[in-house]
Design a protein around this ligand. Structure first.
Ligand code: GDP
Ligand code: IMO
Ligand code: MG
Length: 427
């Protein structure tokens, strides 16, 4: 198999963690390339549940795991997550975990700013995870944020942090009584720098070395393609590019290394937070879907909004990401539904459109047009072979494959690591 990049093709929580876990044994390195601890990637192995937010999912199978430069790292959370995993007997050391020394540092005040903005500017609410992702990326792009390598030199750390804190306190004044304490933040960074620095390397230098010439890479995306800062449902998006094109940029390798692009897609659609969602089900049926799919955020515990499968949206994801094939997840959640809908085109006013527009005004006026299929009303979890699936479930899969015009390689039919059917080889 060539290198592989795994991305979520909807609004996140498609089951990326599970698919990365399923495939990573075939690879030498797992690389996380964007986002921060706003992600929540779940892997369930029997009674054990792992939720990874900042760490690459490959660690669960003891793969060399690397965090790239476009990731924003909260060092406190990073250490906490390592501790949590170690308590669950996952081995983590500087041998199997490396972070880019030019990745950005997310500080405690970034989440304070994120939360204050969400509360005070409630009319412009995005429904963020409150973890400071937006403010941290803003500091990076404004060239005032801190990088992991800033932890190496206490004197320059002091100066850079002082500038950063002063900047934010000017703006905080107009929103809140809260002020950021330079002393507290500096003390915190001094106390943890020696725990962080052993993991820090020049990732590009490392991965371009001769040793890796023939090694296989798996790139793990976070969030979903519709949350991409440029191509998503702006402004209701996250603050990073979630498209696979960014994977090579983040790691500092040639773009051809990202290999095959596998999009993870739920058999229906969910979204957490605000923003347009054309196929959202606002009736009790939506709640039923949420209950059956246990659709509560793995990071914030918020209930996820639920809706039908949206092929128009998925086609956009396929285009912006260059998706080559798909892993279809959570098909078992539809097991008891008598009728199942698939959106195949949109209507806006009197106009039929076959693509997902960018403008919010248009997105908010979409009337989805649905194919209505008979549900299979039978259990699919535990089935190991596609041919053993109910005929109507097979038809549902075929319809999705035909509308999207893309192969489906994997079918996930339950939350456990073993609930997965390999349908077709990745070619
Ligand atoms: P990610 O962020 O894309 O990795 O996805 P999350 O872990 O946030 O959310 C996916 C949720 O669905 C997790 O609770 C998984 O354990 C669960 N899950 C994954 N695949 C399946 C599946 O095929 N069926 C069911 N019922 N649950 C699944
Ligand atoms: P994984 O990797 C689902 C959403 C938030 C909010 C918007 C902006 O588990 O799929 P942010 O905190 O990033 O500034 O919030 O993005 N969001 C996610 N939704 N899954 C995620 O990650 C998400 N990460 C961010 O709910 O709507
Ligand atoms: Mg998630």
């Amino acid at each position: 198999m060539k290198n592989l990049t795994i991305v979520g093709a909807q609004w996140g929580d498609e089951g990326k963690g599970k698919i990365v876990d399923h495939l990573c044994n075939k690879f030498d390195v797992v690389l996380r390339f964007q986002g921060g601890h706003n992600a929540g990637h779940t892997i369930i192995i029997g009674k054990e549940k792992f939720i990874l937010s900042i760490l690459p999912s490959g660690l669960i199978r003891n793969k060399l795991s690397i965090i790239g430069s476009s990731v924003v790292i909260d060092p406190v959370h990073f250490l906490k997550e390592i501790d949590l995993l170690r308590k669950k007997k996952i081995k983590i050391s500087k041998k199997n975990l490396k972070i880019a020394n030019n990745a950005s540092i997310l500080l405690p005040f970034h989440s304070i700013i994120d939360q204050i903005r969400e509360q005070k500017l409630s009319k412009k609410k995005i429904g963020t995870t409150g973890r400071g992702i937006g403010p941290c990326y803003e500091d990076k792009v404004a060239r005032r944020g801190l990088k992991i390598y800033d932890l190496e030199d206490i004197d320059s750390l002091r100066v850079r942090l002082k500038n950063l804190v002063n900047f934010h306190n000017i703006f905080l004044k107009s929103l809140s009584k809260k002020r950021i304490s330079f002393n507290e933040t500096f003390k915190l960074l001094k106390s943890i720098r020696k725990k962080i620095l052993p993991f820090s390397i020049d990732v590009s230098e490392f991965i371009n070395s001769k040793y890796f010439f023939k090694k296989k890479f798996l790139f793990e995306g976070a969030q979903g393609l519709m949350l991409d800062i440029d191509h998503g449902t702006f402004p209701f998006v996250t603050s990073s590019n979630t498209i696979p094109a960014i994977a090579a940029a983040s790691i500092g390798i040639k773009p051809s290394k990202i290999g095959h692009i596998l999009g993870v897609v739920k058999a229906y659609t969910t979204r957490v937070g605000e923003g347009p969602f054309p196929t959202e089900i606002k009736s009790n049926l939506g709640l039923e879907l949420a209950k059956k799919g246990r659709e509560f955020g793995s990071v914030t515990g918020r209930p996820r909004r639920c809706g039908w499968f949206d092929a128009v949206q998925c086609k956009k994801a396929i285009n912006i990401a260059g998706i080559n094939s798909i892993a279809l997840t959570k098909i078992d959640v539809l097991d008891k539904f008598k009728k199942i809908k698939i959106c195949y085109e949109y209507k806006i006013g009197k106009k039929i459109i076959k693509f997902m527009p960018n403008s919010n005004k248009m997105l908010n006026n979409i009337k989805p047009r649905y194919l209505i299929l008979d549900g299979w009303c039978a259990n699919t979890t535990g089935i190991k072979n596609k041919k053993m699936l109910p005929q109507k479930a097979q038809k549902f899969i075929k319809v999705i494959e035909n509308i999207l015009n893309i192969p489906i390689n994997f079918l996930s039919n339950g939350p456990d690591r073993n609930d997965i059917i390999n349908l077709k080889k990745i070619t």
